[in-house]
Design a protein around this ligand. Sequence first.
Ligand SMILES: Cc1cc2nc3c(=O)[nH]c(=O)nc-3n(C[C@H](O)[C@H](O)[C@H](O)COP(=O)(O)OP(=O)(O)OC[C@H]3O[C@@H](n4cnc5c(N)ncnc54)[C@H](O)[C@@H]3O)c2cc1C
Length: 483
Amino acid sequence: MKCALVWFRRDLRVHDHQPLLSASASGLPVVGLYCLDPREYGVTGFGYPKTGAHRARFILESVAELRDNLNKLGIPLLVRLGKPEEVMPELIQSGLDLVEVHAHDELGTEESYVLQQVKDSLGEVELYTYFGHSLVHPEDLPFPLEELPKLYTPFKQRILKSQERCIRSMLPLPERQSVSLAVEEGDLPELAALGLADDELPPQPVFTGGSSAGRKRLTYYFHEQDHISRYSETRNGMLEPDASSKLSPYLALGCLSPRFVYWSLKEAEAARSVNESTQGFLDELLWREYFIYVHRKHGSRIFAAGGLDGKRLEWSSDPALLQAWTEGNTGYPLVDANMRELRQTGWMSNRGRQNTASFLAKNLGIHWRAGAQWFESQLLDYDVSVNYGNWCYNAAVGNDTRPYRIFNVSKQGRDYDPAGDYAKHWLPELAAVPGEQVYDVPEWTWFEQQEFGLELGKDYPFPIVEWMPSVEAFRSRLKQAKG
Ligand SMILES: Cc1cc2nc3c(=O)[nH]c(=O)nc-3n(C[C@H](O)[C@H](O)[C@H](O)COP(=O)(O)OP(=O)(O)OC[C@H]3O[C@@H](n4cnc5c(N)ncnc54)[C@H](O)[C@@H]3O)c2cc1C
């Protein structure tokens, strides 16, 4: 029997999903496909697993739930371990009478390559692609892409001014299929089949994958607890579970569509009020949008060492310094606590990401792409445009208007974690240090170390880089690069 196939990628949902709706509208029976592509479970240039165990678990949970939701619509979801450009022809050979394939287009060099490979492998079968990862559809941008502002603020202003015109309504759910194809759906693999071990994962993950977990989090944050109305005051928190919305993993893997989040925000504003916090949240959603369009405009330049403008900055790749950073052993508690949180949970706050990125690229002078690849490996919410866009920005090769700025990680620790609770949570060796002194490591005297029951260099590392010389060295490198 002839059928239409929906190829799911980073769009693990059934709501607001153009490929699914279009396939259903074809009148053909629909079948879904999700491929666990071995290339996405390979290693990055710096040798890190491309998809670490935290995100892999989240993906598997999201795919399992997607299958349940599709089955409720009478649509089977095939899950296969393999390259999509090989899996699809194999399905055809084994008797699936495929007439058309519908999928979301994705940004990224590797993602575009895979799409082209799929196109080439399909022969006569039609491939229809759609864009569904951003809030504003590319056709509705209020300016031509070539005129994308160089800086975020004018971009935001243009979008906010025309948001009623440029943000579309959500798409409806497709109708339940009257004919459901009888196909072998295939089991979801264990992490081991993806070359990953689950023994380093926390038994209770911080996040559960899937659309319903995402919706639950959104309802809790926006409506039940009204945390959204305090977002501006809390968003820089690192320890409190509700400091920020924590919707990013659901947005990155498409368990929630950005329009779903946007329209839910509008509902929350209508039910209560528009305030600085709800607008602050929208501001962050638009940062996501901005990096998507920066990527769309600049293409693979966001991965280049010199970033968007091809800046000729020198980078080091000192393996010992890089390892100290990934393992959270730099002797700077804010950096170390955040890096250990990331490794143990797959999560890091925005405050933490800005500080750890600035520290790696600017104070250690390590190639920013090593840091971006470590984040790519570890983050639950890894998103190619947002991750590389933010890294370019924080490494002074992107759209930062203040490239000479360096986050002072000790001051930031004192400002955002004044009682030292966050640092002590992730660095138990600092438990006996009085909270207000946690971020003063370089100044601890021998007597203080005795009092705290620890020895620098043995129980906790000496700072691996001297602060002021590292700041000066970076500024002079940047000045030279500017010529
Ligand atoms: C070096 C670096 C790398 C990053 N890598 C990623 C990544 O791979 N994936 C990712 O989703 N975010 C990334 N971010 C952005 C940001 O840190 C996270 O989106 C945010 O911490 C997620 O938490 P939240 O959902 O609670 O955000 P909230 O504060 O609740 O914000 C709401 C939403 O706005 C978006 N958002 C928030 N901050 C930013 C930002 N700085 N840039 C772009 N979008 C933002 C996210 O989609 C987020 O879910 C990175 C930031 C830095 C500095």
